[in-house]
Each structure stands twice: as C-alpha cells, then as structure tokens.
Design a protein around this ligand. Structure first.
Ligand SMILES: Nc1ncnc2c1ncn2[C@@H]1O[C@H](COP(=O)(O)OP(=O)(O)OP(=O)(O)O)[C@@H](O)[C@H]1O
Ligand SMILES: [Mg+2]
Length: 329
C-alpha cells in the first residue's frame, strides 16, 4: 500500500516523532522505488542527520549515489542559513545606500538567530531541490513532528509576508512617482544630478519588485505542490505507544490545517505475538494505542511493520525492511 502510494507520487514527505524509524522507512521506500525503475532522490531535512549512518557512507549537502537509481542528500540547515543570509546581504547592500551597509550587517546578524530563519532557509532549499531535481520521485526524511508541521505551513506564511512587502513596495513606488512628478514640475528637475538619482531609485524599485515576485512565485509553487495530493503524499511514522499515538493525531490535524493531507500512517516496530509472554503483553498494550489512532483517523490507510531483530543499517537491511513494507497491510 505504501509502495503503491509512492509509485503514484513525485514527492513523499516522511515525518513523525524522533527515533520512530523515519529515516529507515524513507530509505526503504526510496530503495524499493529505485528498484522498480524510477530515478529517486532521498533528502534529509533533519538537522541531526542519520541518512549517512543508515547507508554507511558520507552524505552531505550535495547529491551522492546510494544505490543504482537512488541518490541521497542531507540539507545542512546552518550552512543553508548562512548561504541564504549571505545572498540576502549581497542583494540588500547592492540596493541600499552605502552609508546603511553597517545597518544591513547588524540586521542580518540578528536575523541569523531569529525564530523561523532556519526553517525559512530550509524551505528555500527544499524549493530549490524540487525545482532543480530531474528525479521521478523525491522522498523527504523530515525532522521530528513540530518542526515539520511548521515547515509545511511556512509557504503560506511566507507568501503572505512577501505579498505584504509587495503591496508596501507598490505604495512607496507610487509615492515616489508622485514626488518625482512634483520634481518634474519644479525647477529642480532640470538639475542633471536629480535626474540620475531618480533613475537609480526607479531601477532599485524595479529590482526589489523582481526579487519579491520571484520569491512569491517560488513559495506559491511549493505550496501548490504540497497541497496537491495527486503529486505529493505525507506519511507519518509512529510507534504504538501512548504519546506517539496522541502526537500523530495532533500532527495530522496541523498538517490538514496547512492544506497537506496524510496519505498513510506507518506503525513501526510492532512487537511479535509469538515470542514469549513479555512481548505478547507488549503487543496487546500496543494494540490499545493503535486502536486510538484508528478511531481518531479512520479514513487514513494504516500499515504495521514488525520490530526486526537487528538495527537497520546498510542496503541488505533496508531491502528486508522494503520487503516488510511490500507485505504489510
Ligand atoms: N522495524 C524496525 N525494527 C528494528 N529496528 C528498527 C526498525 N525501524 C527502525 N529501527 C531502528 O530504530 C532506530 C531509529 O530509526 P531511524 O533512525 O530510522 O529513526 P528516525 O525516526 O529517523 O530517528 P530520528 O528522529 O533520530 O531521525 C535505528 O537504530 C533503526 O535501525
Ligand atoms: Mg532520522
């Protein structure tokens, strides 16, 4: 069921609480899709990456081949933020009068630690990866729940923010034009210097507008992609325990409110029923929490994956997990 869901999509987000098996499930689904002949990219957006550990190789902020048809990438939020701010600084310095460049530096230093800056930078990087990727499927292995839900609602927030800036810019451009109109009527317009300053200001306004419009288009496209359940699916991985079950229900609601529908729930690490009394009791306990989720979200497909004897490290182990995913109901 999960593999069918992935087979029909271009983008898959895998989210959930820490340690539940997001990276393992994302990688196993990606591997299965690559084996089925699609070109797949698996991207980790979690600052605490473990894609590299799982594949037993170095993965960084540049695509590396993990298996035939499968590439991997770890987005580095700190580096992404630095690059993002460097680019913003470059643009601002070019557009602002020179005597304000100290102000620009101060503003950017503050922005680095402001809430949301990392997420915004990661979001830009996600948009960039999706725009430039030539893969048939991109699987995002995301950070634990809260972070992801915020990330999913960011395109909306940022479009609104950009929209506001554009409106303000429109108003100030009109205001500027009116002032220039006054200039034109007065003798000052005949002074060459004033004319040049006027042109510079008009160019600058144009450029700011172009930058804002480009960002608005980018975020609107990303938002449309995330909200389009024929192209994108979100999968929540969880353990059948009390808190993960409750958090899953909450995450589902938050995603829904930001326009993202959840395509499947994966209950990972189910205890076996036939390996002694201790594990059988655990399984019975898990069943209670699983029922809570089923009752709260009756329409969302749910599949269960067994607790495996060994850690999932390396391609053969991921293949075993992919086999379990193919068999699961
Ligand atoms: N079905 C399973 N059976 C046994 N071990 C599993 C199973 N699924 C995942 N694991 C193990 O659980 C641990 C956590 O898995 P994984 O790293 O995929 O989780 P995660 O949700 O990505 O964690 P994080 O939030 O830290 O990124 C790993 O050691 C992994 O090998
Ligand atoms: Mg992980």
């Amino acid at each position: 069921m999960l593999l069918e869901l992935a087979a029909q999509r271009q983008v898959l987000f895998v989210g959930g609480k820490g340690g539940v098996g997001k990276t393992a499930v994302a990688s196993a689904v990606a591997l299965a899709q690559a084996r089925a002949g699609r070109r797949v990219l698996v991207v980790s957006t979690d600052p605490a990456h473990n894609l590299g550990h799982l594949w037993e190789r170095q993965v960084g902020d540049r695509e590396v081949a993990l298996a035939p048809g499968l590439d991997g990438l770890e987005i580095d939020p700190a580096r992404t933020t630095d690059e993002h701010l460097r680019e913003v600084g470059h643009t601002l310095r070019r557009l602002m009068p020179e005597h304000l460049s100290r102000e620009v530096d101060k503003h950017l230093a503050l922005a680095r630690d402001a809430p949301g800056t990392h997420e915004a930078a990661v979001l830009e990087r996600i948009a960039e990866v999706l725009e430039s990727s030539d893969h048939d499927l991109v699987v995002f292995d995301t950070a634990p729940s809260g972070h992801t839900a915020r990330l999913m609602s960011l395109p909306e927030t940022m479009s609104a923010w950009t929209e506001g800036l554009l409106r303000r810019q429109d108003r100030s451009a009109r205001f500027g034009a009116a002032l220039r109109g006054l200039d034109d009527d007065g003798a000052a317009a005949s002074i060459v210097g004033t004319g040049r300053r006027r042109d510079q200001r008009a160019d600058r306004d144009q450029e700011i507008r172009r930058i804002l419009l480009r960002r608005r288009t980018r975020f609107a496209q990303l938002r449309d992609l995330l909200a389009d359940d024929t192209r994108t699916a979100f999968v929540i991985v969880l353990a059948a325990e009390r808190l993960p079950a409750l958090e899953t229900i909450e995450l589902y609601g938050r995603l829904l409110r930001s326009g993202v529908s959840v395509g499947a729930l994966v209950v990972n690490k189910r205890s076996p029923a036939d390996r002694g009394e201790f594990l059988a009791r655990r399984r019975a306990q898990e069943q209670v929490h699983l029922e809570t989720v089923r009752e709260a979200l009756p329409h969302v497909p749910l599949l269960e994956l067994p607790l495996l004897a060994e850690d999932i490290v390396g391609e053969p182990a991921l293949e075993r997990l992919a086999g379990e995913i193919a068999r699961a109901r």
